[in-house]
Design a protein. Structure first.
Length: 210
């Protein structure tokens, strides 16, 4: 695994729900971060310093507050462009097609545009890197939202963005327009594509109401 692949894999791990083992393994995560390209290294180091200094329970609470309670911080990339509209369903098909072409079999209990899943795919194949690059504007919208929220998770997405091509002029215009207006909405939702129990990227806790 080269440095860029390591960076994508590390970001995938860090953007998933933080189980206690994550904090327990922070030394190994630091080691992985040192093997990433220089452009991403400082961002990973900043996040891991916070992870090391923060009790696991507080990390978990912060994750929920960031990604479950703020729609603009959603880890589902197509949400940032399409919101909960029918067009998002078509975007899901593009993710699934990319996975199929590469022979990648994602878990059935996760939506195909979940960023940690896309990053895992990018760590494994060129097709995955291409998919991530094609979703560069969506990723930048997430980056902006995390920065605005003042969360250390912004460092992880910054690290990923540092390894991708810069936004072109027309992409920047798209990002600005979507950022100013927010994700689009319509009366018809997206229930077949986004069951409530997966809105946070993990199954609901036993006894927890949605």
């Amino acid at each position: 695994m080269n440095g860029t692949e390591t960076a994508f894999k590390l970001a995938s791990v860090l953007l998933q729900y933080p189980v206690p083992a994550l904090s327990e393994g922070v030394d190994r995560l630091d080691e992985a971060a040192r093997a990433t390209p220089r452009a991403a290294r400082a961002e990973f180091a900043a996040f891991l310093a916070w992870l090391r200094a923060t009790p696991p329970g507080e990390v978990a609470r912060h994750y929920v507050e960031t990604f479950d309670l703020h729609h603009r911080c959603a880890l589902y990339l197509s949400y940032h462009r399409y919101g909960d509209t029918r067009k998002r369903g078509m975007a899901m098909l593009a993710y699934k097609a990319a996975y199929r072409r590469a022979g990648f079999r994602p878990p059935e209990n996760e939506l195909p545009d979940f960023l940690p899943l896309v990053l895992e795919f990018a760590a494994l194949s060129r097709e995955g890197v291409g998919l991530l690059r094609r979703r560069r504007t969506d990723l930048d919208l997430l980056r902006r939202a995390l920065e605005a929220a003042g969360t250390p998770y912004a460092h992880v997405v910054e690290a990923v963005c540092a390894l991708l091509p810069r936004l072109r002029r027309e992409e920047l215009r798209t990002v600005r327009a979507l950022w100013e207006n927010g994700p689009p909405t319509e009366e018809v939702g997206l229930e077949p594509f986004a069951p409530p129990e997966y809105l946070s990227g993990r199954p609901p806790e036993p006894g927890r109401r949605s």
